[in-house]
Write a protein that binds this ligand. Structure first.
Ligand code: SAM
Length: 253
């Protein structure tokens, strides 16, 4: 139960590019909340300045210091102050450090008030034109350890699959996914969503790889959306899993 004297943790989405995408409710909560936990104080200060929101107490909370800061922020809320959690962009808790603070607040009996708003995940899924009735969100693939296993596990995935990716790794990821899921697997790359250079390419993994590997410079933020396996591919996936030693423990067959 939420203690009567506790503050509240507001989870406040902010734009993923276009500042017009902030909601009226997000602006009100940011204006009314005394403390804001954010990733980069410079990014959040800029956002507050843009919307003429008076100076706030900002607490930096990012991947490097989250363990130490969680207890501090939870203590602030338990002492009766409301805290708004924001990320640099998008919805806190979607592939960013927000998850840990939200879990700790719930554990401490604090009321968590989530605001709906911008996220690259939902924006890309709807832009892709691929089925949205069932979606598997993979976030960022592991860079090294576990990467092969993570990709192999997706061979039989029938839901539309969504990946976040960096400009440095997008070509490598397209190659590896094309090798395992098939060159002809339909996919969409959503780059710089809501920004000036927004680009949405709907094609196949093989063709997208050919396109991006031929580019001189790759910049921006990416979401890759891949169509799930058809029934025939599911069979191939079962075979693939059996020949993968890494997969033995996960197979359950
Ligand atoms: N919490 C955020 C959200 O709700 O989307 C995601 C945070 S995650 C650390 C950052 C990743 O989100 C980027 O590397 C990229 O994959 C994706 N992303 C964020 N903004 C984007 C944009 N405008 N266009 C495409 N992808 C974006």
């Amino acid at each position: 139960m939420n203690g009567a004297h506790n503050g509240v943790l507001y989870v406040v989405p902010t734009p993923i590019g276009n500042l017009e995408d902030i909601t009226l409710r997000a602006l009100r909560v940011l204006r009314e909340t005394p403390v804001i936990a954010c990733e980069d104080t410079r990014v959040t200060s800029g956002l507050l300045r843009h919307f003429e929101i008076p100076h706030k107490r900002l607490i930096s909370y990012f991947a490097g210091n989250e363990a130490a800061r969680v207890a501090q922020i939870v203590a602030i809320i338990l002492s009766g102050e409301d805290v708004a959690l924001v990320s640099d962009a998008g919805t806190p808790g979607i592939s960013d450090p927000g998850t840990r603070l939200i879990a700790a607040a719930i554990e401490a009996g604090i009321r968590v008030v989530p605001l709906p708003g911008p996220t690259a995940l939902a924006t890309a899924v709807t832009a892709s034109g691929l089925p949205t009735d069932a979606v598997a969100f993979e976030g960022f693939l592991p860079h090294k350890k576990g990467r092969r296993t993570a990709i192999a596990k997706l061979v039989a995935e029938e839901r539309t699959i969504v990946f976040y990716e960096s400009p440095h790794r997008i070509v490598k990821t397209l190659r590896e996914l094309a090798d395992v899921l098939g060159e002809d697997r339909p996919a969409a790359i959503c780059r710089e969503l809501t920004k000036l250079y927004e680009e949405i390419n709907r094609s196949t993994l093989g063709a997208l790889h050919a396109d991006y590997s031929g580019r001189a410079a790759i910049k921006g933020e990416f979401v890759l959306v891949v169509r799930g396996a058809a029934k025939a591919e599911k069979k191939r996936g079962d075979k693939y899993s059996r020949s993968e030693p890494e997969e033995d423990a996960d197979d359950g067959e």
